[in-house]
Write a protein that binds this ligand. Sequence first.
Ligand SMILES: Cc1ncc(COP(=O)(O)O)c(CN[C@@H](CN)CCC(=O)O)c1O
Length: 428
Amino acid sequence: MKHNKSSEIFNEAKKYIPGGVNSPVRAFRSVGLDPIFIERGEGAKIYDVDGNEYIDYICSWGPLILGHSNEKVLEGIDEVLRRGTSYGVPTEIEVKMAKLIVEAYPSIDMVRMVNSGTEATMSALRVARGYTGRNKILKFEGCYHGHSDSLLVKSGSGTLTFGVPTSPGVPADTVKDTLVSRYNDLDAVKKIFEEQGEEIAAIIVEPVGGNMGVVPGKKAFLQGLRDICDEYGAVLIFDEVITGFRLAYGGAQEVYGVEAHMTCFGKIIGGGLPVGAYGGKKEIMDMVSPVGPVYQAGTLSGNPLAMHMGYNNLRILKDNPQIYEGIEAKAKRLEDGFRKNIHELNISAEVVRFKGMVCVFFAEGEFHSYDDVKNCDTDMYSRYFKGMLERGVLLPPAQFEGMFLSSEHTIEHIEETIKIQYDVLREL
Ligand SMILES: Cc1ncc(COP(=O)(O)O)c(CN[C@@H](CN)CCC(=O)O)c1O
């Protein structure tokens, strides 16, 4: 495959944009390559500026559960566009969108739209702190909730659960109230709450980890978090930016039968346009300005374009529940085919799947926390990524991400991917 035009554009991009990209993972640095630049997407396929075609398993990192440029999702958008793109004054589509989300999630009485998953989690935590009057929050190693300061932390040294910044520019003081524990380790959380529970405003968790590869939360862990929050008066926040409307129409909460006090969304609810949302029980959401004292705002929050695309996305998913079974069946076929390849070629790797989310870990054993995944052979993943890319399969350009499928991935795409993976693994 030739990438001359991508290289040309990338060289130009690096003059004006840090790293030539508007989000770090897109730079393909984790896989030691220069990024490809995309010209268009159609269904499950994506086409780069050099005319190369790929089966796409990034799908914009989740929003495109109905594939690229889906006519049904786009329906009416040009009319909306011509009527006006943003007013800074409320519109009816915002109400229809909020109602749809509230109806999909029994745990949500009210919801506020924002413009990214980062904004959603940042705002939810501020509301939880305002609601409880407490400052401390607890997150889990390996979970990513966007790039707001108090969430850019990793475990402190030794047994210390206090977070330390993962990025310069985040003052240590900002993260001194962020505690970090091990994912799927309920005993560790119980111990933290026994010591500091009265000071903890919220636990924030990805119910299925999608940012350390795919690491599903154990039901007992998630239910335990809810019980602990109920016992200590803390707010349980499910970050469903990835899982929301992806695992099922009611997201992880429907699949696990565990309800959060607050939920964060992004990605799918915008249908590919910038969006985020946070919602929860009325008594908590009544804290939000202008009803309550907790301030949160946004010029383009709930803008008509993202609302229209998001509303179309959710309506199609709501009216066609078979889409979820279809995606899960194709993910299962991918899992089985990948596992057969790995065993036949004796590759040191494992396949993890949760509903429609799939990941190949280049390590052996079981994966229940970040400790289990951090020893993956990322060099092997890089060679794997390159081999798949050169044969027309675009995987997430980092080991610690998950593959995203859409309704537009056909069984033929899946079988082709399995065949290509066999050839790539054989040459690793
Ligand atoms: C569970 C979860 N919560 C919050 C976020 C942040 O959402 P955004 O601010 O990127 O819309 C994300 C963002 N996901 C990454 C990929 N895993 C986005 C890709 C990127 O950063 O470019 C997320 O996965």
